[in-house]
Ligand binder design. Structure first.
Ligand code: NAD
Length: 367
């Protein structure tokens, strides 16, 4: 799960927390331990200038604590920029629980975790991430109001994944408009890597529009299901990255644009749902730009999920959720234009706009 932009050996050489490569002026890092339930968690609060730090809880069997810390630092920073670029009044935070979600997650552990979240008095608001289910958020809700992504029958906004897929589709269309002069994806060849909760709905949007969709996944049963349902083609080769395609949509794991793949990619556009698609934001973002491949920044186009949970806090309805998500199209066009005008990568352009919004709010607060 964590990104290998530094080795564990390198991490050990650095100061334990503030000296870590992923440390980015985080406001607060909370280590949570409970002997009785076996809970070991880290809550990372990156920035709360725009509002409370919202971000999901990930439960994962990290190889060691360094890896868990690295993950929470990196992910919480990502949330700051995702909310800022989307125009939400939220800061960035994330939590990781060290352990196997299949065998070590219990209601007692989740409640204890919820108590730690509660102790932060709303500075951090949690949600679902890898290894978590809606029912786990319902358990956390028993001990704290500072949780989103709870069941619809308990007042939650429900499954965010279809909304995320819609936002990715909007971002992809905007990238196509910029690259080809038209946002119609009919007859474009789109490779969707990972057809889980988000990927499958993306395939549905794409096939409805007449795109030629090729899917890959490690789950053979799912591949056959999606092929039969939407008429997608199952990828049968051994190196997807080298295949000729119009659009590559990473919807499984992060860091698939890396040293091994960045020079192989044979596409016009990279636009997908996965978080942290660029293994190294600077290096790989720059290389894509040099190769004429348009990258739709992940944290911008996959923000549908956070727009959905934000509705729980602000009380807006489904129509407003879809309107805000559709707006990802306009923001993507703005970012692509800005990157072109200023010569920076699209990722950098998105970061700069997000940072400018945070800086402006900070100035208002200081005034
Ligand atoms: P998911 O777990 O439902 O689906 C992931 C899919 O990828 C699974 O079908 C899995 O079998 C497949 N997969 C795993 N390894 C693979 C590999 N090496 N090659 C091909 N396929 C592989 O996850 P999801 O909720 O659909 O999220 C997909 C991505 O989008 C994740 O990176 C997630 O962090 C990101 N994301 C999701 C949301 C959301 O609302 N669910 C929001 C923002 C970002």
């Amino acid at each position: 799960m964590s990104q290998d932009y530094t080795s564990v050996e390198e991490m050990i050489q650095q100061d334990p927390v503030f000296g870590q490569v992923s440390f980015n002026n985080h406001e607060q890092i909370v280590f949570c331990n409970d002997k009785d339930t076996g809970l070991r968690a880290i809550i990372g609060i990156h920035n709360t200038v725009l509002g409370p730090a919202l971000g999901g809880t990930r439960m994962w069997q990290y190889k060691n604590e360094w890896e868990a810390l690295n993950d929470v630092l990196r992910l919480s920073r990502g949330m700051t920029y995702k909310s800022a670029i989307t125009g939400l009044n939220l800061g960035g935070g994330k939590a990781v629980i060290i352990g196997d979600a299949k065998t070590q997650k219990t209601p007692e552990l989740m409640r204890r975790f919820g108590e730690f979240v509660h102790s932060l008095s709303g500075k951090y608001i949690t949600a679902e991430d890898v290894g978590m289910e809606t029912e786990d958020m319902d358990t956390v809700r028993e001990v704290t109001p500072y949780v989103t992504g709870i069941s619809q029958d308990k007042g939650g906004a429900g499954n965010p994944s279809p909304i995320t897929a819609y936002g990715v589709f909007m971002g992809m269309k905007a990238a196509a408009k910029y690259k080809y002069g038209s946002d119609i994806l009919e007859d474009k060849t789109v490779y969707v890597q990972g057809i889980g909760n988000v990927g499958e709905t993306l395939v549905e949007y794409l096939t409805q529009e007449g795109a030629k969709v090729v899917v890959s996944d490690i789950n053979q049963g799912k591949l056959e299901e999606v092929r039969d349902k939407y008429g997608a083609t199952i990828y049968g080769g051994t190196n997807l990255y080298a295949e000729k395609m119009d659009i590559y949509a990473p919807c499984a794991l992060g860091a698939t644009v890396n040293d091994d793949t960045v020079n192989l990619l044979n596409c016009d556009i990279v636009a997908g749902a996965a978080n942290n698609q660029l293994a190294d934001e600077q290096k790989h973002g720059k290389r894509l730009q040099e190769r004429g491949i348009l990258y739709a920044p992940d944290f911008l186009i996959n923000a549908g999920g956070i727009i959905n949970v934000y509705a729980e806090l602000e009380g807006y309805d489904r129509t407003e959720i879809m309107r805000k998500t559709e707006n990802i199209y306009t923001t993507t066009i703005e970012i692509l234009n800005r990157a072109h005008e200023t010569g920076v990568t699209t990722h950098q352009a998105a970061l700069e706009i997000a940072q400018a919004r945070i800086d402006a709010r900070k100035q208002e607060q200081l005034a």
